[in-house]
Write a protein that binds this ligand. Structure first.
Ligand SMILES: Nc1ncnc2c1ncn2[C@@H]1O[C@H](COP(=O)(O)OP(=O)(O)O)[C@@H](O)[C@H]1O
Ligand SMILES: [Mg+2]
Length: 275
């Protein structure tokens, strides 16, 4: 697969226009799942996890993936990044089928996965061209609030700080697509909100398409241009499908009644029944 990316006007979806003063970055790339499925095992161990998944993430959008634990959200992200292959259907990034790990994607998982023998700064710098990007690394470290911890080792910082370093490391690659698997799930409520703000700031200044797996309906509604709910279909056939796909714009986000209705609808869809 070609890794040459045309530079040009990045397409952006909806509300967040790129900052004209932003650094030159690879353009945001659209991600599309076409009837993607994933089956693990064979014979009696055969397990259909994903079935007939159609999702379109326009270039520059933030798409949140919600769904119960074990429904295949992480599997879907892994397929998007080329870390796993679909059993059927396909995934494209920028129109090209994803066949192997795609350097235009950067990932941040639930666990920070930092190299323990390297400083925070050196971990963030992984993947940058040799000798380049020192200022950029410092800027990202500043952005995620880790300036004081830049010279520390992963064992010396909290889990939340490690997660912030992981996000900065992902951004340092200047990805066209950012894959985030519950990146804020382990953070306390206040830090989580700060990280959500940080993600919006980053997204405003740098063209990138974000696929964000989250358990948190409020987080999805707050951040995403589109919220996709995955789960078992009403036909009871095995495997998760797309149960709901809702576009959100600023008008809806500013309307507390509409936002509350959407939140209730998403919770219903997730099988969370309130009294
Ligand atoms: N490599 C694998 N081999 C077999 N089963 C797997 C593999 N990866 C994931 N699964 C199964 O697929 C299902 C979905 O997993 P996952 O995508 O991690 O769900 P989620 O992220 O929504 O919690 C789980 O039942 C999990 O055990
Ligand atoms: Mg998961």
């Amino acid at each position: 697969m070609s890794t040459v990316v045309e530079r040009g006007e990045p397409a952006t979806a909806g509300r967040r226009q790129p900052n004209p003063n932003a650094r030159a970055a690879a353009p945001a790339l659209p991600v599309a799942f076409h009837q993607a499925s994933r089956v693990f095992g064979a014979g009696p161990d055969r397990r259909v996890v994903l079935r007939g998944i159609d999702i379109e993430a326009p270039a520059g959008s933030i798409v949140a993936l919600l769904g119960p634990s074990g429904c295949g959200k992480s599997t879907l992200l892994r397929i998007a990044g080329g870390l796993d292959r679909p059993s059927g259907g396909q995934v494209t990034i920028g129109g090209d089928p994803v066949r192997a790990f795609d350097p235009r994607c950067a990932v941040a998982f639930q666990e920070a996965r930092l190299l323990p023998w390297r400083s925070v700064r050196a971990n963030v710098a992984i993947g940058l061209p040799r000798g380049g990007g020192t200022e950029e690394v410092d800027r990202l470290i500043e952005l995620v609030g880790l300036r004081e911890a830049a010279d520390q080792r992963p064992r010396q910082i909290s889990g939340g700080m490690a997660q912030r370093a992981s996000l900065a490391r992902a951004l340092a690659r200047r990805p066209g697509v950012l894959l985030l698997d519950e990146p804020f799930g382990a953070l306390d409520a206040l830090t989580r909100i700060k990280m959500q703000d940080l993600l919006l700031d980053v997204h405003r200044s740098e063209p990138v398409t974000v696929l964000l797996v989250t358990h948190d309906v409020d987080e999805a509604v707050r951040l995403a241009d589109t919220v996709v709910v995955l789960g078992p279909a009403a036909d009871r056939r095995p495997g998760s499908t797309v149960l709901r796909s809702v576009d959100i714009d600023e008008t809806l986000r500013r309307d507390p009644v509409a936002t509350a209705e959407l939140r209730d609808d998403l919770l219903d869809c997730l099988g969370v029944h309130r009294h």
